[in-house]
Design a protein around this ligand. Structure first.
Ligand code: CDP
Length: 247
């Protein structure tokens, strides 16, 4: 929706464009173990985002001279498919943005995976965004956590991630693409479930200290909900005898 000056109006009558209130998440669905050839995998539909994550490893480190005798190397490759959004239309391959996202996602898991258990190996996290609708880095972290659990990779804690920002003047949880692209601020966060450690924080725009504190609280509550969905997805996979295509 845009006003007479062509500006996108993100809040109409106190509601967000998709009818959500400030602290509502979009619909989140997670499916575990969808890739036969990966050691662990997960598929996430989060609003309009569709993201697949496949895990390989621990496996031999390539190139070998890069291996560490003390721990597994964690590698991450985040990629948007050419058809994932208008911006990515017919474009393929890495970009500065995908390199940045691969790095920040990798760092989240470097702080969680008990890599000392697997010296001289690597653990690969492959993330493919099939459809993008704002919050792909947070949805990717959420998917990768589940996929790593599915691969049996030991972690100190589980992690969930949600972005928060400012749509118009409203603090709003889980920004969709329009809110992300046209909002005043955007702050993706990843929080570990048990220890409540912030494992990722990035920020665009201007925020006051009070707003940041309130937004961290909003994300913490959102992450609790996402964690529940992650756990339920894993339970469904193991309790239902690895049946496929079940939400
Ligand atoms: O996806 P995330 O919010 O983590 O990252 P972003 O760089 O803030 O991008 C916000 C949204 O803009 C993405 O989720 C996509 O929907 C869209 N986008 C895109 O379609 N193509 C790009 N090259 C970059 C962003």
């Amino acid at each position: 929706m845009s006003d007479s000056k062509g500006k996108v109006e993100l809040i109409v009558n106190g509601k967000r464009m998709d009818g959500r209130s400030a602290d509502d998440l979009r619909d989140v669905k997670i499916q575990v173990g969808i890739i036969n050839e990966a050691d662990g995998s997960a598929y996430v539909e989060w609003g309009g985002n569709k993201i697949v994550c496949g895990i390989y490893g621990p496996r031999e480190c390539i190139p070998r001279h890069g291996a560490s005798p003390y721990h597994a190397l964690i590698k991450c490759r985040y990629m948007m498919s050419p058809f994932s959004s208008l911006e990515e239309h017919s474009r393929s391959g890495p970009s500065r943005r995908s390199n940045e996202l691969s790095k920040v996602i990798r760092e989240v898991f470097e702080n969680l995976i008990i890599a000392e258990k697997f010296p001289n190996t690597q653990i690969d996290i492959f993330i493919d965004v099939l459809q993008a609708d704002g919050g792909t880095r947070t949805a990717s972290i959420t998917a990768a956590a589940v996929a790593l659990a599915n691969a049996g990779i030991p972690m100190k804690d589980m992690v969930s991630a949600v972005a928060v920002g400012k749509a118009g003047d409203m603090l709003a949880l889980d920004l969709n693409k329009l809110e992300d692209n046209f909002g005043k601020s955007d702050m993706p966060l990843a929080i570990s479930n048990r220890d409540k450690k912030i494992l990722l924080v990035q920020m665009d725009g201007l925020l006051t200290k009070e707003e940041v504190m309130e937004m961290v609280d909003m994300v913490e509550k959102g992450c609790e909900k996402v964690h529940h969905i992650q756990t339920e997805a894993l339970k469904r996979f193991y309790q239902d005898g690895n049946e496929k295509v079940k939400w």
